[in-house]
Every structure is written in structure tokens, then in C-alpha cells.
Design a protein. Structure first.
Length: 341
């Protein structure tokens, strides 16, 4: 409500009150109308002056500050700009919107803080495991290097494996960091996706054979599927998804790759019939080091960064990836690629 309207209503209320009191005691409409006019005019002028000077002007100043600071301007700029014609209602709306935005910002910061704590905890654990193992192997190696050379070689090999694991961890973390900051350039080129997928499938067939898992296209793809993307990065995406399906696939199971043509994109699905993932884990599946089943995941090996890398690569391509899964039935990862023009 505007100041003039508010003061007008107040002055009318005061004038009517005085006029009615006057009529009650004197019984004269003339004096009642006179008292109404005088009290109305006096009330209007006094109330308008007092409200404008001591309340309304300060509300307008507060509103200007809120409105302009919300736009990201500094205090000096905020004090010298925007003026509202109805600051009382506007300041209420602005404060509600600002409070809502700040609450969302605080909630996001809390989530990020929790993620940071979990991430640091996971990084610490991932690094401590191989480091402690290496330390133990080296100490044992010092004791048996002269007395039992064969055992010494075994411990040396185990230490070497843990050093490689540390190296993989560092390389994967470095790659994610570079993808996030844009340091790794995406070299877009036009290529046929089907031959690339076949190459990846063939390169992983021996690994899949260890669990009698079949890797194949769901359909026979003879038509070209030209996409615009970084071929080597998409190769890494396919390798990570197929390796993941082998790790958590069931014995004598299968993993299928299927392609769907959309309007200006291709949708690629990688589907396995493995152990599946509970629904509560799906929203966090692409977080770094997040494992739906910690014990089994660590037994399967890997750095716990494969899906995080996949997500960052596809986001760098301005594409999306999703997952759907049913425990004991299987999991499907689906991602999009831009069609090659």
C-alpha cells in the first residue's frame, strides 16, 4: 500500500471518530462536519510528515539496499540507485525472495561441506591402504632378502602393485581436477561411434571372459552413427562403463551396448544383468570415491573414480549421463552424444 493511501485512510478514520464524538455531545451536523474537516486535514498533514520523515524514508532506504545488493552491487552503488513506488510491499517480497535464496545457498554450502569431509576421509583411506601395505612389505623384505630371496621377490611384487595403485589414484585425481578446471581441452571431431565401441568391446573381452561375461551389441549396427566428440575421451567413457559392468556383473552374465537415435543426439546405453544398485545409492553414484558396497567394491579393485571421470568427461562435452538399476536384476548407464554434422 502506498504511503498517501495509508495516511488518507488513517486521517479519515481519525476525522470520522472526532466527528462522531462531536455529534454525540452537540447533536449538530454542521459542527460535526467542521470537526471532521479540520481533524482530517490536520491528521493527514501530521501523519504524512511523521511517517515520511521517520519511517517511510528509512523503509525506502532499506528497500534500495536490499534490491541493489541482491543484484550484486556494492554498498555505495546500492545506496544511490533504484527507488520503488511501493517499498513496503516490495521490501516484504524482496526479503522473502532473498531469505529463500540464502537458505538454498546455506543448504548447498552444508552439502558441499559434508561432501568435502567425506571426500577428505575417502582420499585419506584410499591413500593409507596401499601406503601401509607398501610399508609392511618393505619391512618384511628387509628381514628376508638374504634368507629367503623367493619370498623377497613376492613381497617386492606386492609392493610394486600397491605403488601402481597409488599412481592410478594420483593420475585419476589429477585428471578429474583438470577436467573441472577446463585444463584438459576437448578435441571435438566427427567419427563413427560403432567402430569405437567395437574396439573397446574387443579390448575387454579377455577380462570379461574371466567371469564368463559376454560383451556385445544388443542389435546389429550396420548404419553409420556419426558423433561430434573427443574420440579418446569417449573411448575412456566406454572403457570405464564396461569395466564397471564386468566388476559387478554376475558369472555367466552379459553386458549389452545399445544405440538409440534421437533428434540431434545419439543415446548410448550400457546394460548389465549384474548385482544391481539400491535406489538410495543412485543419486551419489557419480561422486568421487563413493561406493554402494564398500567391502565388495574394494575387493574388486579400482580407484573408485571411474564413474566420476565419466561424468566429468560428458559434462565437458555438454552432455548428460544417467543410471537406472534394480537389485539382482541389473544396471543401465545411459549417456548422450551430439550427432556429427
Amino acid at each position: 500500500m502506498k504511503l498517501s493511501v495509508l495516511v488518507l485512510i488513517t486521517a479519515v478514520a481519525v476525522g470520522l471518530s472526532i466527528a462522531l464524538v462531536n455529534f454525540h455531545f452537540q447533536g449538530s451536523w454542521y459542527y460535526s462536519l467542521m470537526s471532521f474537516g479540520i481533524s482530517f486535514a490536520t491528521s493527514f498533514l501530521v501523519f504524512y510528515y511523521l511517517l515520511e520523515k521517520y519511517i517511510y524514508s528509512k523503509i525506502k532506504l532499506i528497500y534500495k539496499m536490499i534490491h541493489n545488493l541482491k543484484l550484486g552491487k556494492d554498498l555505495k552503488e546500492a545506496l544511490g540507485e533504484y527507488v520503488s513506488s511501493d517499498p513496503i510491499n516490495d521490501v516484504e517480497q524482496e526479503v522473502k525472495e532473498w531469505a529463500g535464496a540464502k537458505k538454498r545457498e546455506i543448504d548447498l554450502l552444508k552439502k558441499q561441506e559434508q561432501f568435502r569431509k567425506e571426500f577428505l576421509s575417502n582420499v585419506s583411506h584410499e591413500f593409507k591402504t596401499p601406503l601401509f601395505a607398501i610399508q609392511g612389505y618393505v619391512e618384511t623384505l628387509q628381514d628376508c632378502i638374504d634368507d629367503d630371496p623367493e619370498m623377497a621377490r613376492q613381497f617386492l611384487k606386492k609392493a610394486e602393485n600397491n605403488v601402481e595403485r597409488l599412481s592410478y589414484l594420483i593420475n585419476d585425481l589429477d585428471e578429474i581436477s583438470k577436467l573441472e578446471t577446463g585444463e584438459i581441452a576437448i578435441n571435438f571431431q566427427k567419427f563413427d561411434f560403432v567402430p569405437l565401441a567395437r574396439e573397446v568391446i574387443e579390448s575387454l573381452e579377455d577380462r570379461a571372459a574371466g567371469k564368463n561375461i559376454t560383451l556385445a551389441f544388443k542389435e546389429k549396427y550396420t548404419f553409420p552413427t556419426p558423433v561430434s566428440a573427443d574420440r579418446e575421451k569417449i573411448r575412456q567413457v566406454m572403457i570405464n562403463l564396461l569395466v564397471n559392468s564386468i566388476k559387478y556383473g554376475r558369472e555367466n552374465g552379459s553386458t549389452a551396448v545399445k544405440i538409440f537415435e534421437l533428434h540431434d543426439q545419439f543415446l548410448i546405453e550400457v546394460t548389465d544383468d549384474g548385482i544391481g544398485i539400491e535406489e538410495k545409492h543412485l543419486p551419489r553414484l557419480f561422486e568421487r570415491f563413493y561406493r554402494a558396497d564398500n567391502h565388495r567394491s574394494r575387493n574388486e579393485g579400482g580407484t573408485g573414480l571411474g564413474l566420476a571421470i565419466v561424468k566429468h568427461i560428458l559434462e565437458a562435452h555438454q552432455q548428460t549421463i544417467s543410471v537406472r538399476s534394480t537389485p539382482m536384476i541389473g544396471t543401465t548407464f545411459a549417456f548422450t552424444l551430439q550427432k556429427g554434422s
